[in-house]
Design a protein around this ligand. Structure first.
Ligand code: ATP
Length: 324
């Protein structure tokens, strides 16, 4: 058991001696760990004669606080936390090139070069949001990469609902929205041969405690704080989303497609049964979305009644009258 878990379980003052005996570590090692936890923002009181007590863990965001909440078997068992990084996707790519294993997770407070699709930027300012990426090695053909994006979308929706009970939906393929505004963005990148994937990196940006957004995205962006009217623990959100992703990914690996996850995805997808404008680079068109197929493509009935499938790779959709 980690020190943070031990203190949480006690939920009262515990003497240094009691901790040393229970955890088989020296008083000096305890002190070092306490200092480390404090650096993560975990408030720990130290009172002479009484010992240590954990005060408040809800603002803590760091490796230890995330780990203490995680229930996964392999995803995030190796977890890197950065106060600031260029992009968590780029960091995992660098690690993957050096042979890092499947399941490595990178989490950051600030991203200086956060990315969206098609070379666009993703904002991750200091102290409020989550930037997180997973390294996966599914060992299948490259056409499964867009499916990873959809798995991340259902996992993010489930995790955020668990922590906040906000009424979140998925805007196909890769955004989580609340009240028509974007709360989460997902970017999947891969390195592959024509018929084999070396690795897939699934990155996600979650707006947790943002109070206001830059002018350019004000109209389309929102945060859990804006929608829920209170602050949320970023460590809890990371843990809930990561727990959900591991479960969904294992279901995906058992079937090799999205057949088992399709009902969950369609139930959460705000485009299902609604009019959509498909922003296909080859030409825009309007239609009615029916939901995804087993590969994650969006089934759209065009205005002439014909059915088409939209590949999740590079296409965006909009509501006919607005963003959703
Ligand atoms: P679309 O929303 O057009 O369908 P997309 O889902 O592919 O496209 P991304 O490329 O993943 O969008 O995200 C990048 C875009 O998201 C940026 O161009 C910007 O408009 C918007 N954006 C950037 N940072 C944030 C943020 N923190 N929260 C919400 N939206 C953001």
């Amino acid at each position: 058991m980690e020190l943070i878990e031990f203190l949480k379980e006690k939920n009262d003052f515990v003497s240094g001696q009691e901790i040393a005996d229970a955890m088989h570590i020296s008083r000096n090692a305890i002190w070092k760990q306490i200092e480390h936890l404090r650096k993560e923002g975990i408030e720990i009181e130290a009172v002479t004669g009484r010992g240590y007590r954990i005060v408040n863990t809800s603002d803590a965001f760091g490796e230890k606080s995330i780990r203490s909440l995680l229930h996964t078997k392999w995803l995030g068992r190796e977890l890197l936390f950065f106060d600031e990084i260029d992009s968590t996707n780029d960091e995992l790519k660098r690690r993957a090139d050096k042979g890092a294993e499947e399941g490595l997770v990178a989490v950051a407070d600030i991203q200086s070069k956060g990315k969206g699709r098609r070379g666009r930027a993703w904002e991750t300012p200091a102290g409020v949001n989550i930037a997180m990426s997973y390294l996966l090695r599914p060992g299948l053909a490259p056409d499964i990469a867009p499916m990873m994006t959809l798995i991340m979308a259902i996992a993010a929706a489930k995790g955020i609902r668990e922590v906040s009970s906000l009424d979140v939906g998925i805007k196909w393929p890769n955004d989580i929205v609340v009240n028509g505004r974007k709360l989460v963005g997902i970017l999947t990148e891969m390195t592959a041969e024509p018929d084999y994937i070396h690795e897939v990196i699934v990155g996600t940006g979650i707006n947790v405690n943002t109070e206001s957004f830059p002018e350019e995205i004000k109209a389309t962006a929102t945060s859990m704080r804006i929608e829920g009217g209170k602050k949320y623990s970023r460590s809890k959100v990371v843990a809930a989303v990561t727990d959900a992703f591991e479960t969904y990914y294992e279901i995906f690996c058992a079937t090799g497609d999205l057949s088992a996850l399709r009902p969950d995805y369609n139930a959460a997808c705000v485009n299902v049964g609604a009019g959509v404008r498909v922003l296909d680079p080859k030409g825009e068109y309007d239609g009615m979305a029916k939901g995804i197929d087993n590969k994650g493509e969006l089934i759209v009935i065009k205005e002439d009644g014909s059915e088409t499938r939209v590949y999740a790779g590079e296409v965006s959709v909009r509501g006919i009258y607005g963003y959703v």
